[in-house]
Design a protein around this ligand. Structure first.
Ligand code: FAD
Length: 403
């Protein structure tokens, strides 16, 4: 058994005990792990060079049963509402350092699909859900705008009702899966903030599900980024885009509440990816410091190396326990927004620290693209920003403390 497998087997055993994983979960974890190592890892450089994932990535994931767990059987899914499956998929992909792929899969399973399974009518589900579990239909969510990120109440994209359609004008940015997506959940204003009441800036937001081929939807640049090079994070433009009123999710003005309701699961998945990615880079670094010598001895023999890695391993133990606790709470529908916020900021900040310290232990080689730790460092940096920044998470926690 390799050092990687030894470490991960121990982590998985602790997780399995805590979360009551049976054989079927172990089989899923083994299948995702094999897929990640054999099919993703060898392709990652090419996908990064292309700036996006190929569509075959999604259909492969679908064929292996890793997408759309919550899609009912009549629409091609297993109809399984069990977050443990989601966590296993994200963790195994993040552990090998394929963060762009983890983001893509997490959007499909954890972030966007819940809007469709929880909020769409039967008639809407019949139109939107087929193809999600097979990976033939890729999902994305477009909330952020050039002028509104943390402050979602500042969204300016406008949806004007015209008969049985809405006409939507505006611009979105930083949309993950933006080039690949077939369906976008779009947040737009059906009433100006002041119409909704000056005291209620959050009113007047409404969600729509928009087909990627809708006339007036213009896919803009696939943005160049510090990391996540295989993610097609994109700009979108809506120029008098006509969306049938039948494609509205819920009622007008419910958008803000719908977004806030679904954010804890997104944050839980970001934390699962953060902990797993950091575990992966730590194990990789343990191997490196055992093999590299300086001053006639392995790096692993220097007290600094030992203390740094001991500290990171301890932090990751805590993070894993905390994460598993939050997953258990989520399985009981008891994960609060404040607890998800605590978990998200703490684990993602830890991930950036682990990646940074591990890169340092690699010396100059850590700065080279061909070393996995450099990708881990660049990919980790966004984790404390998207899905709600560390600062916004702390405002949620502080509010929960009645501050
Ligand atoms: C790679 C990537 C992928 C993304 N994917 C998506 C996606 O798929 N869909 C989508 O809709 N969005 C996506 N986003 C957008 C992401 O969620 C936002 O970037 C994030 O919410 C922060 O918003 P902002 O960039 O406008 O920063 P700002 O809101 O302008 O924040 C700038 C700084 O000010 C701080 N700040 C803001 N408000 C406060 C406050 N009240 N108190 C203290 N500090 C504050 C922030 O913490 C931050 O440090 C993505 C972003 C990136 C970079």
């Amino acid at each position: 058994m390799s050092a990687f497998d030894r470490e991960f087997t121990a982590i998985d055993a602790a997780t399995a005990a805590r979360l009551d994983y049976g054989d079927e979960y172990r089989a899923l974890r083994t299948a995702v792990r094999r897929w990640a190592r054999e099919r993703i890892a060898p392709e990652l450089d090419a996908w990064e060079a292309a700036g996006r994932l190929p569509r075959s990535f999604f259909t492969d994931a679908g064929a292996l049963g890793m997408l759309g767990f919550a899609v009912p059987e009549r629409y091609g899914g297993p109809g399984l509402r069990d977050y443990r499956c989601h966590a296993i998929v994200v963790e195994e992909i993040a552990r090998i350092g394929a963060a762009s792929c983890a983001v893509a899969v997490s959007l499909q399973n954890d972030v966007v699909l819940p809007y469709l399974t929880d909020l769409a009518s039967d008639e809407q589900q019949a139109r939107w859900l087929p193809g999600v579990a097979s990976g033939e239909r890729v999902l994305a969510i477009a909330m952020t705008e050039p002028g509104a990120g943390s402050d979602l109440a500042g969204i300016r994209t406008r949806a004007r009702r015209e008969g049985d359609h809405y006409v939507i004008d505006g611009a979105k940015t930083f949309v993950s899966n933006g080039q690949n997506a077939d369906l976008f959940v779009v947040a737009a204003r059906t009433a100006a903030a002041d119409e909704a009441g000056a005291a209620d800036r959050r009113g007047g937001l409404t969600l729509f599900v928009v087909d990627g081929r809708t006339p007036g939807l213009v896919r803009g640049r696939n943005l160049a980024k510090l990391g996540l090079h295989a993610q097609d994070t994109s700009e979108l433009q809506f120029d008098a885009m006509r969306v049938p009123a039948a494609d509205r999710l819920g009622a007008e003005g419910e958008g803000f509440g719908q977004l806030v309701h679904h954010l804890p699961q997104e944050r839980l998945s970001l934390a699962a990816g953060a902990v797993a990615a950091a575990e992966g880079v730590l194990v990789y670094t343990l191997e490196y410091v055992r093999g590299r010598t300086a001053f006639g001895q392995p790096l692993a023999k220097f007290q600094n190396t030992r203390f740094v890695l001991a500290e990171l391993a301890t932090g990751l133990d805590l993070a894993r326990t905390y994460l598993n606790d939050c997953i258990a709470e989520h399985l009981r529908s008891a994960l609060t927004p404040a607890r998800a916020a605590r978990l998200k900021w703490w684990t993602t900040e830890l991930q950036t620290k682990v990646a940074d310290r591990c890169l340092q232990l690699h010396g100059g080689y850590g700065y080279m693209r061909e070393y996995r730790v450099s990708r881990a460092f660049a990919d980790a940096r966004i984790q404390t920003i998207y899905g709600g920044t560390t600062e916004i998470m702390k405002t949620i926690v502080a509010k929960d403390l009645d501050l």
